[in-house]
Design a protein around this ligand. Structure first.
Ligand code: SAM
Length: 321
């Protein structure tokens, strides 16, 4: 399999690569968990940074596991991949007998391998069944299944919440009307055309009118926000003193979950001050390294438009005195 492009024919380049390495500091060596292996670009850079670094890569997509395993074979036993959801990080590391992790990286969202493979149904640039499952071999519902099953209000809610689409109700109505006419939306182009007709396309729009709806469905199909806060907490528990956690998110809801989890882990209680005792679980176990999220440079966004909404947050586990 050849390396997929990062859009517009550019070679794939991991998002915020130098910044990720700066915060992960792989020169320290030890075990790094790449929670979102994808094409293995970040993992490769970690492994190249230090001969003392090992990587355990997670992905819920079996195709990504195969691709990255081939790409990183030259690192021998320093690299291992596991076909698992990163929310299982605690169990997987326990079973592997691994502890004292030097760093955890999560570069959330879809990979270009997924986005640019027409049959996966993530993009309306190609006509294909409306699938969008990151684990295409799993038993989760596809996007078409969701649109065939969910009530209109629920479709509108998820398009509004996960897509930040103001005209979500109108889109949901059109989807359900089509379903009731015995022609449920089944393909990417059918959905893109329906959305474009439902809400129109203004000349000033920088993105296709269906972009937000596609993002919302992808998040819903893969339940991308569920368990993200728990993953942050468990990752920090697995870190050795001085270990680093780096998370790159692409959506404001994702970023908010990460930001709040990091704040709680830095001991910032978010309870109502009138409560007699803290109930939010705040504990001071990390130092936040990014007071503000780190975003890509203009050069990176120009070379890779998909990086434009990326936000990186990082923390270090506090050394126990
Ligand atoms: C943006 S890509 C990562 C790209 C990678 N950093 C690189 O340099 O090639 C995100 C990857 O994370 C995977 N992924 C997303 N959510 C996941 C989860 N909960 N568990 C495991 N893998 C997940 C996706 O399948 C996708 O392959």
């Amino acid at each position: 399999m050849s390396a997929p492009s990062g859009g517009k024919g550019a070679p794939h380049r991991p998002v915020l690569l130098l910044e990720s390495l700066q915060y992960l500091a792989p020169v320290r060596g030890g075990l790094f968990v790449d929670a979102t292996l994808g094409l293995g670009g970040h993992s490769e850079a970690i492994l190249e940074s230090s001969a003392e670094a090992r990587v355990l890569g997670f992905d819920r997509d079996g195709v990504a596991i195969t691709f990255a395993t081939g790409r990183l074979a030259r690192f021998g036993a320093r690299f291992r991949a596991v076909h698992a959801d990163f929310r299982e990080i605690g169990r997987v590391l326990d079973e592997a007998g691994e502890r004292d992790v030097s760093g955890v990286l999560a570069d959330l969202g879809v990979s270009s391998l997924q986005f640019d493979t027409p049959v996966r149904g993530f993009s309306f640039r190609h006509d294909a069944p409306l699938d969008m499952r990151m684990d295409a071999a799993g038993d989760e519902e596809t996007a078409a299944d969701l649109l065939a099953r969910l009530p209109e209000e629920e479709i509108a809610r998820l398009i509004f919440e996960y897509g930040e689409e103001r005209r979500s109700r109108r889109i949901a109505r059109w989807i359900v009307e089509r379903r009731e006419a015995g022609r449920p939306v089944g393909t990417t182009v059918e959905l893109a055309e329906l959305v474009a007709r439902a809400i129109g396309h203004k000349r000033a729009d920088k993105i296709h009118p269906a972009t937000r709806t596609f993002q919302a469905l992808r998040i819903a199909v893969n339940r991308e926000l569920e368990g993200l806060g728990g993953f942050v907490e468990t990752s920090v528990d697995l870190l050795q003193a001085g270990g680093r956690l780096v998370i790159i998110s692409f959506h404001s809801l994702e970023d908010r979950i990460v930001k709040r989890a990091l704040r709680r882990l830095a001991g910032q209680c978010e309870c109502d001050p009138r409560l007699p005792v803290c109930a939010c679980g705040a504990r001071r176990v990390v130092e936040i390294l990014t007071k503000r999220p780190v975003v890509p440079s203009d050069d990176e966004t120009r070379d890779n438009p998909r990086a434009r909404s990326a936000k990186l947050r990082a923390c270090a586990k506090i050394e126990q005195g």
